[in-house]
Structures are given as C-alpha cells and as structure tokens.
Design a protein around this ligand. Structure first.
Ligand code: HEC
Length: 682
C-alpha cells in the first residue's frame, strides 16, 4: 500500500505542478510573447488560452481526486482498514481533526474549492485586468496548495532552528519546480502549434516565448539547486546516509535523472534558442521549422524526465529522512583523513597526489584553450587528474563494513559501561586480558598488537566497525564473532565499555591539575540522593562544574567532613559536590552516624557509577592496572568532560583545599565551548 501511496502522491504533485505551470506560463510567457510578436493576433492567443485553461481544469480535477485518494490511503494505513472502507466520512474526518496534518489538509481542500470556483464559474473577461486577475489567482492558489504541502511533510517534522529554514527552502523548491516543470507542457504545445502553422508570425511568437521561458527556467533551476542543497543538507547531512539509506539512494536516483534533464535544458538554452533567434535575421521559415521541431522534441523529453522525477519525489515524501536512519555502508573501504593522518606515508602521498592533480588541471585548462589545435591535450589533462586523484584516495582509504556508520543506539552511560564490563569479564578476558592489554591466557605468546584494546590504534575505527567485529569476528584472526551468543544491545554495551577502556588508558596522564590534555568525555549516569526525583550527571551540563567524590567508609570520613565544611566555598567557586559511596550504599547514613555530613550522597545508582569511574584509576606511576583505590575525586567541566583527577595519597593533591578551589576557579573562568559529543567519535 505504501507503493500506491507514493504513486498517488506523485500524481497529486504532477497535477499541481501542471496547474501552477499553466497559469504561470499564460501570465509570464504566452501573453507577453503574443503581444510582442504581433499585437493583433488575439484570436490565436484566445485559442491557446482556452486550451490551457481546459488543461488547468483537468489538472484541478486530478488534484482533487488524487488528494482524496491520498487522504484515504493515509487513513487506511493509519487505521489498518482496506482503502474501500477507509474512504468514508467518519475515518476521513477523524484523520483531519486535531493534527497539524489535518489542519493543513483542511486549508488545502478550501484552496481547491476556491480555485474550482474561479475556474468553472468565471464571468466573461472584459479587459486585460480581468484576464490577468484570473491567471494570477490561479498561480497564487496553486502555489498555496503546493506550499501547504511543506507544512504536512518532512520540513514540519524538522526540529530546532533549522525548521523555518527547511520550511522556506522546501516551499520555494516546490514553487520553482512548479513554474519550470509545469511550464514545459504548455511550452511544448505552443512550439508544436507554431511548427504546424504556415504563418510566419507564429514563429515570432515561438521565438519570443522560448526566449522568455529560458530566462524563467534559468531562474527556476538556480533556485531549485540552491533550495535542493539546503533540503539535502537538512535531511541527509553527509555521505554515509546518502549512499547507505533508502532515502539517500532515492535522492541519488533523482539526481541521476536530473542530470540529463539539465542537459536537455542547457542544449535548448545554449544551442537551439540562439539558432531559433538567428532565423529571425535570416528570414528563413524552413530553418526555423527545423529548429522548432528539435526544440519541441527536447521539451517533451524534459517533461518526461520531470514526470519520472516526480515519481521519485512521491516516494521520498513517505521515506524516513536519511539523517534519522541507520546507514548501511555499501563499500568495503572508506576515505578518512582523521583515521589515516598519522600513518606513515599518508601526508607525503596526499601532497604528491594533490600536486599531480593541480598539474592535471593546468594541462586540462591549456587543452581547453587550445582545443582546436590540440584536442588530445584535454584527454591527457583529464587522465592526469584521475590518475593523481587515485594516489591520495589510496592512502586515505581504510577498511569499512556495512555497519561502519551505524550510530550507537545505546548512550555512553555508566549503566551500559558497567554491563559491558561484566560481559567483558565473561567473554573476552581469556584473550584480551583483565586490563585489556591483549595478554589473556588464550593468546599469550602469540599476541598481536591489535589484540591490545587500550592501544591508540582504536582511533582508526568507528563504533560501527567495532560492532561489525563483535558481531562477525575478524577474518583471518582468532577473534570470534558473538552474533549468536550476545544480543545487539549487549554488543553495544561492550562497545561503550571499550570506549571507556580506551579513555581510562588516556587517563593515566591525568593530574589533580586542569591541563590542556587529556579531555575525557565523562560517562553519564543517573543517581538518586534519597530525596526527590532521580537526576543525571548531564543535568549539570552548561551550568555547574561537578566535583565527583568516590569514597569508602570509614577511611574517607575525615575528607568528607573537610569537604562538608568547605561546601559553601566550593559552591561559590562554581562547582557542586556529588559524593558516591564505593561500597554498601544502603548503609551509608548508618555508618556516618551522628556526624553532620550534609553533602549530597548518591545512594541510588552508585554501583554503576563506581564500576565505571573506578576504571579511570590507571596512572603513569603504576604499570598495568592498579588495585582499586578507596577514594577518588574528579572534576567534570560544564561541557561534560573529566578534566582533573586526584587519587589520595598522590602528592600534591586536593587535601589542600586551596588547590582544589584553584582548579575549580580555573574551569569556571574558561569560555564556554561545545558540549561533549554523545556519539563515539575519534
Ligand atoms: C579467542 C580469543 C579472543 C576472544 C575470546 C576475543 N577476542 Fe577480540 N581479538 C582477538 C585477537 C587475536 C584480536 C586481534 C586481531 C587481529 O590481529 O587482526 C582481536 C581484536 C579485537 C578487536 C580489534 C582491536 C583493534 O583495534 O583492531 C576488538 C575491538 C576486540 N577484539 C574486542 C573483543 C571483545 C569485546 C571480546 C569479547 C566479547 C573479544 N574481543 C573476544 C582475540 C579474541
């Protein structure tokens, strides 16, 4: 049924485009052309006008019928009924009431009724003003019918500040398509009549109409390109969704059809139009007839390609936008500067290739200038460009898989990382080792550098690459796939764990000082402090620095009292404290006893928080994985990055409160920056 819906939508669009085109053509092209060519030729104009208005009436009828079918199908899809039952007043009014979709369609039905009134029950037109008024009303109402579609389609669902830009771009895109594509059919009729008529002044009309229409086409095509790029940017955004989702591939097909369409249009404007205008000077009706017949053929070809494009557009409207879809990458490689820039030879290869491409462009430009004398130089230039382009592509390409560009559906949160850590213990330590260094009992002795999961080379891979390996294994290595033993979600948990593991390795260099590096994305977590609703670390983003204190009783008790006494100063410097018990959260208040500690203590959710943040205990001082400390403190900045860490008894540390306050103030003074990314990016 969705295929039928796509088809009906295309028919509806086609009818609307024609409606718009007919009126716009009469107003902007036909009338001025007839008047300029021969002011006396009103009977011909009237005949042409009558025909176009008839086409307009039929288009309006088609618009109306296809609108009903569209609504019926939509109702049938929404209610699960067959179309014949869904097409009744109750279901339709149910669909129309309440929703934005419904309101937009009520307005559209009113516009159709209004236009029908103007078209079918018009009075005699007494003068030019009457004549113009009706055609202008036609353009405006057909334009309104098109514009309203944007409010019931993808643009209306766009969120944030891009919404109004998208609505505007989509509306203008459709109007431009209406004027241009819709005008092709009337143009073909006019050219055909001129071709058949023995009368020379008809040729003058055709000449003038062609001149005017090509101007209109130029403006429309430029507008279409510009607004199309904006729409594509908003709905697709990048290459992987373009080549890896149904929406993106339909869009590519549309572009593929657009190329010959623009090619025909360009031939008309650059070759045939000048040829036709030149026949005026030569006064040769025979020459003009020949050009006219080619022109007509091209215009009909353009219109057919336009109709095919509308079929695709009908499908695009009911396909989820690529940007919200998970792309499936079709190539076994991808090109990435980020992933390859530090590999040996890459920079040299890119520079050499770039220089070669420039050379090729130079040769090509020379060849184009001297194309009469040395046409082969053009071929040489193109060959050079292509060959040299292959060099950087070779160096910049890395292996890729269908899942390479999947976005992780499971956020980077303590609960997922903790679950990943447990799975890692069960399934991976035999080879990759407790700490991830690739030194598990099953692999020792024949360890490969890649089995070390903490090594920086993980920066080469996207989360989707990891997902592929965890699912299917790594070909030609002992690394097995876990498609059958772990669920999708468990594999994503493992990937979040691996991301935290790589970050934990970087944390080795972290000090109780805010330094330029490393910046580690702080895994988000949910917690409850016993009263009120649960909160998340993320809730503090943008407004507070978080001083995260992982403690153990009774050894941390003095430290907690010290922080409690300084809580006012710490808050004054811009941070809020969150204390997390490392053990026995339920017993915390009993253990604290009569001591007046008023710090917020995360009693709920502490297990995952501790499991995750204790990963960040690796230091440069200790080789491998140190034992779990009894107390750790972190500063998380307003963007959501871990920026400093203190593990007592490390010296110098934050037991000296002035140094802690100094670091908080340093973070407080930093200019706001982009928040930490949610996705696994390298
Ligand atoms: C039977 C041994 C074995 C088991 C079990 C195993 N791996 Fe591996 N894994 C390997 C080996 C060996 C490599 C290195 C492959 C290579 O050299 O191409 C590897 C590579 C990897 C890599 C790629 C690292 C990189 O940057 O290239 C990841 C990620 C990985 N393993 C994750 C896991 C996870 C997660 C688990 C548990 C669910 C797991 N592995 C279980 C043996 C194993």
């Amino acid at each position: 049924m969705t295929g039928l819906l796509a088809f009906i939508r295309a028919v509806h669009l086609g009818a609307l485009v024609l409606l718009m085109g007919v009126f716009a053509f009469l107003l902007l092209v036909a009338r001025p052309a007839f008047r300029k060519a021969d002011p006396q030729r009103t009977p011909d104009l009237e005949r042409f006008d009558r025909l176009l208005l008839t086409i307009g009436k039929w288009s309006l009828l088609a618009t109306f019928v296809s609108a009903l079918l569209w609504l019926g199908l939509q109702a049938a899809l929404a209610s699960g009924q067959p179309l014949t039952q869904a097409l009744n007043l109750d279901t339709l009014s149910g669909l129309l009431s309440g929703t934005q979709f419904g309101r937009v369609w009520e307005i559209r039905i009113a516009l159709v009724a209004l236009l029908a009134g103007f078209l079918f029950f018009r009075d005699r037109e007494h003068d030019v003003r009457d004549w113009n008024a009706l055609r202008l009303e036609g353009v405006l109402l057909a334009g309104g019918l098109m514009a309203a579609l944007a409010w019931a389609g993808h643009p209306a669902a766009t969120e944030g500040p891009a919404r109004s830009i998208h609505l505007l771009a989509d509306t203008v895109h459709m109007l431009a398509a209406g004027v241009w594509l819709g005008g092709l059919c009337p143009l073909a009729v006019l050219l055909r009549w001129a071709h058949r008529s023995p009368d020379a002044s008809w040729i003058a009309v055709a000449r003038e109409a062609t001149r005017r229409f090509s101007l209109l086409g130029l403006v429309s095509v430029s507008t279409l390109t510009l607004t199309g790029v904006v729409n594509g940017w908003i709905l697709v955004g990048s290459i992987p969704p373009l080549v890896g989702t149904p929406y993106g591939r339909l869009l590519l097909l549309k572009l593929v059809l657009l190329l010959p369409l623009v090619g025909f249009a360009a031939t008309n404007v650059l070759r045939l139009k000048p040829a036709l205008l030149a026949t005026a000077a030569q006064k040769s009706p025979g020459g003009a007839q020949a050009v006219l017949s080619r022109l007509t053929r091209n215009v009909i070809a353009e219109a057919s390609l336009g109709a095919a494009i509308l079929l695709i557009v009908g499908g695009l409207g009911i396909t989820p936008p690529a940007i919200h879809d998970q792309p499936s990458w079709p190539f076994p490689f991808r090109v990435s500067w980020q992933a390859t820039q530090d590999l040996p030879g890459v920079r040299g290869g890119v520079i050499a290739g770039g220089a070669g491409v420039l050379l090729g462009i130079g040769v090509l430009a020379y060849g184009l200038r001297k194309r009469r004398q040395y046409p082969w130089v053009i071929g040489l230039g193109s060959a050079l460009v292509l060959c040299f382009l292959a060099i950087p592509l070779y160096y910049l390409s890395v292996d890729a898989y269908p899942t390479t560009y999947l976005r992780t559906p499971v956020p980077y949160q303590a609960i997922s990382i903790a679950s990943g850590a447990r799975l890692y213990q069960q399934h991976c330590t035999v080879c990759h080792g407790e700490a991830g260094y690739g030194d598990g009992p099953a692999i020792r002795g024949r360890a490969s550098a890649r089995a070390d999961l903490t090594a920086p080379h993980t920066a080469l891979h996207t989360a989707g690459d990891l997902f592929w390996w965890l699912t299917h294994g790594i070909r030609g290595s002992p690394m097995p796939g876990f498609k059958d033993s772990l669920t999708d979600e468990e594999r994503w948990d493992l990937i979040n764990f691996l991301r935290a593991l790589a970050a934990a390795e970087q944390a080795r260099a972290m000090l109780p000082l805010v330094e330029q590096t490393p910046w580690l994305v702080a895994p988000d977590f949910a917690y409850g402090i016993g009263v009120g609703e649960g909160q998340t670390l993320r809730d503090s983003r943008g407004w507070a620095i978080v001083h995260l204190v992982l403690f153990t009783l009774p050894s941390s008790i003095q430290r907690l009292e010290q922080l409690d006494a300084a809580a006012g100063k710490i808050a004054g410097a811009g941070a809020r404290i969150l204390a997390v018990p490392m053990r026995d959260a339920a017993q915390v208040y009993r253990r604290l006893g009569a001591r007046a500690v008023t710090l917020p203590v995360a009693v709920e959710g502490s297990e995952e928080i501790v499991e995750t943040y204790a990963m960040f205990r690796r230091t440069l001082a200790v080789e491998g994985l140190p034992a779990e400390p009894a107390h750790m403190e972190f500063l998380v900045d307003r963007q959501g990055y871990i920026r400093a860490r203190w593990i007592p008894p490390e010296q110098p540390g934050w037991d000296d409160l002035t140094s802690l306050l100094g670091e908080i103030e340093r973070l407080d003074k930093e200019a706001p920056r982009a928040p930490a990314p949610d996705e696994h990016v390298h």
